[in-house]
Design a protein around this ligand. Structure first.
Ligand code: SAH
Length: 242
């Protein structure tokens, strides 16, 4: 009885509007994504305060299922698209049933939101961003995030062109691209470990759609199996640095 009364009193003392830092706000967002992704992906999404990765003026919209501008003409993907892509990765051969994605490469760090979510799902994470301003800003946020929440995770943040063949990185069990090109860069296939999976938006005849590529092996033979899924609208994959 007393416990119940204490709980009731505590509930009455709560302010009407819940602050954006409250886990309740994130859990509401994640509740709307149920069905799109499994428990480990939803749990990872529920840990990251999305409003802290966008301009404070956009913070009130951070928990809606919308893409938001992050400066330099770039946008952060909708939470439902992030959930969908992370779920597709987690269904890859190596990651399947493990609750994590192994060694992960993200192309397009942007504001760092998706990388922060990936911290909870990766055994090692490399994220590459070609725009210096975004790289510097997101590195600061991500380093602080990692120190506080995932101190043992190897995290590498690169200012580079993530589709450049000469980049000496990999192999990776999971590769996720946040920008879409006209074709899949050969470098990504080269970096994908056997059993690994890649998820990327790729355009074909002007229509952009999600592409899933699995690096499979059979009796010593290695091959790439491709599946083209639903239409998406990502910012373009560009080469060179800014
Ligand atoms: N995952 C990001 C999404 C950012 S949008 C987030 O959570 O905010 C996609 C990003 O890809 C942009 O910042 C863009 O600059 C970057 N990008 C585009 N082409 C790239 C390339 N070749 N190498 C690295 N980053 C690239």
């Amino acid at each position: 009885m007393l416990a119940q009364a204490t709980q009731d009193a505590a509930r009455m003392r709560q302010p009407q509007g819940v602050g954006l830092d409250s886990p309740v706000v994130r859990q509401r967002m994640v509740a709307r994504l149920t069905g799109l992704a499994s428990e480990p992906v939803l749990r990872a999404l529920s840990q990251v305060p999305r409003h802290r990765f966008v301009d404070p003026a956009l913070a009130p919209q951070a928990y809606e299922d919308t893409a938001l501008p992050i400066g330099h003409g770039q946008t952060i993907s909708k939470p439902s698209v992030v959930a969908r892509m992370l779920q597709l990765l987690s269904e890859g051969h190596t990651a399947r049933g493990q609750g994590h994605l192994g060694r992960v490469l993200e192309i397009g760090t942007g504001c760092g939101y998706q990388a922060a979510v990936l911290c909870a799902l990766s055994r090692a994470l490399v994220s590459v961003e070609r725009i210096a301003g975004l790289h510097v800003q997101s590195s600061e946020r991500l380093r602080a995030w990692q120190r506080e929440h995932h101190p043992r995770l190897p995290l590498q943040l690169l200012h580079d062109d993530g589709s450049r063949t000469g980049l000496a990185i990999g192999p990776f069990d999971s590769i996720i691209a946040a920008a879409g090109g006209e074709h899949l860069p050969q470098a990504w296939l080269d970096w994908l470990a056997p059993g690994g999976r890649l998820v990327a938006p790729v355009s074909e005849e002007g229509a952009q759609a999600l592409l899933v590529v699995d690096h499979e092996t059979n009796q010593g033979r290695t091959f790439y199996r491709r599946q083209r899924l639903e239409a998406v609208a990502f910012v373009p994959l560009r080469s060179g640095l800014e």
